[in-house]
Design a protein. Structure first.
Length: 461
């Protein structure tokens, strides 16, 4: 068979029944395609020319496990237009029969637009998936440590980048109040190796006072949405009658909010476990949290792009400690604007500068948390801004940020990852598409709640 004459297809070489926790090889073959040489559409070195979105989906549970395809070691995989072969080993931990589902998003590096280029229209290319391409996962030896019936035996989560799955709430063999709330599709996020407990906002407020009385947070509009939930003690977008309002499912920029000025470049919030969070009034010490309260200082920034006004460097040049104090905890949220507006080369340069400023401005005793950019999987942005959102750009930039911080600090300080992208990536494909209906790629309020619960468990358990 000449694969040049075949459509792209998915293959599972070993389709025998596997035990829980075993890995399964999944292969995708993409045949030759017409290629026009381009300087603006280039994959990042050692990343695939083709962007293939693929999941293994449980036919009974609906659990979706992403297939993170990698290039097999063959010279063709480094050549545009040639036939490409990708493989991944996928670990399956839930009893079910799994089938591949997905499509090709872009060919020949078009998922990564550099310079002034914009992404071409995303026209999904179907993958041929034969009916026999499926794998059964069974509890062969009767020792299923990932069983939902054993979930409450797991230790509480401290990690914020845990693997897990979305489970229908009616399938829970225990009371749903013991875990965080379900998303808008009635699914609950359950990690495999630890237990997420539901922490109330009042409990989180007490935790901040006792363990994180001063917290600095660099972030964009996704940070604003998280803080609206936190400062209102969970009341923002909690009422059933408002959950489908535009500000809850997408854009809250124009929504009146009386607890802090959401348009300010720097926001001081004093958190009270009973009253919630509110901006201090009158004169106050900016570097010290008030008695019996915690203080969150939020710094608005559009990633590391040129769109920051004033430029982000100025905040550090004025002196962090002198103006804002030294926090117990620092949260940094990047990638969203950088993926949309920057080039990879420019982003790498600015990120190095940013990490140097962090190193000089914050002592090693400050706990450092990196929040990933939001997951993106959807059509090309057709708004006037022509943002360069693409699934693979986001994933690669998230990984680059994590690696860059770890290279800089090594063993000097721990780097914790708050992975909001991973939980979105494991939602059913239809649920993932919701964020693409929002030009800002915001998560709707139900997902903001779950993202926050991961943070609460990570900071307070």
């Amino acid at each position: 068979m000449n694969i040049a004459d075949q459509p792209s297809f998915v293959e599972i070489p070993n389709r025998k029944t596997v035990n829980i926790g075993d890995s399964v090889c999944v292969r995708v073959v993409v045949p030759e395609s017409e290629y026009t040489p381009s300087m603006v559409y280039q994959p990042v070195p050692n990343t695939p020319w083709d962007s293939v979105l693929l999941d293994l989906v449980g036919t009974t549970t609906g659990i979706s496990i992403p297939v993170h395809l990698q290039m097999v070691p063959h010279v063709n995989n480094y050549q545009p237009g040639a036939a490409h072969v990708y493989e991944a080993d996928v670990v399956l931990r839930d009893v079910d029969v799994y089938v591949p589902k997905g499509y090709i998003e872009f060919r020949n590096g078009q998922w990564n637009a550099e310079g002034n280029a914009t992404l071409p229209l995303l026209i999904p290319e179907l993958l041929v998936i034969e009916k026999e391409q499926r794998v059964k996962v069974a509890d062969i030896d009767g020792t299923n440590k990932y069983s939902l019936h054993r979930y409450l035996e797991l230790p509480l989560c401290r990690s914020m980048d845990m693997e897990g799955r979305w489970v229908r709430r009616e399938a829970l063999p225990f009371h749903r109040v013991l875990v965080p709330r379900a998303d808008n599709h009635g699914r609950v996020w359950l990690p495999y190796h630890c237990r997420l407990q539901r922490i109330t906002y009042e409990e989180f407020g007490k935790c901040l006072v006792q363990r994180h009385p001063m917290l600095h947070w660099f972030g964009d509009s996704n940070t604003r949405r998280a803080l609206k939930k936190i400062t209102s003690l969970g009341e923002w977008c909690a009422r059933k009658e408002e959950r489908e309002q535009r500000y809850c499912i997408c854009e809250d920029y124009l929504q009146p909010f009386d607890r802090f000025n959401e348009h300010s470049r720097e926001v001081f919030i004093d958190m009270d476990p009973v009253a919630g969070g509110i901006m201090p009034s009158g004169w106050f010490y900016p570097t010290v949290a008030p008695a019996n309260k915690s203080r969150i200082i939020s710094f608005k920034m559009e990633g590391l792009t040129h769109l920051n006004m004033p430029p982000w460097q100025q905040r550090f040049e004025l002196g962090i400690e002198q103006k804002y104090g030294i926090p117990n905890t620092l949260i940094i949220s990047l990638v969203n604007w950088d993926m949309a507006m920057s080039t990879m080369a420019a982003f790498a340069i600015e990120l190095d500068k940013f990490i140097d400023h962090i190193s000089k401005s914050y002592p090693t005793r400050t706990e450092l948390i990196i929040r990933t950019g939001q997951y993106f999987s959807g059509p090309t942005d057709q708004s006037p801004t022509k943002r360069k959102f693409s699934r693979m750009r986001g994933a690669i930039m998230n990984k680059y940020v994590e690696d860059a911080f770890r290279r800089k600090f090594g063993q000097e300080r721990a780097i914790r990852i708050w992975d909001v992208a991973a939980i979105a990536e494991r939602r059913p494909i239809a649920a993932r598409k919701e964020a693409t209906l929002c030009p800002s790629n915001h998560a709707r309020a139900e997902m903001v709640e779950i993202e926050n619960q991961i943070l609460f468990n990570g900071l307070c358990n």
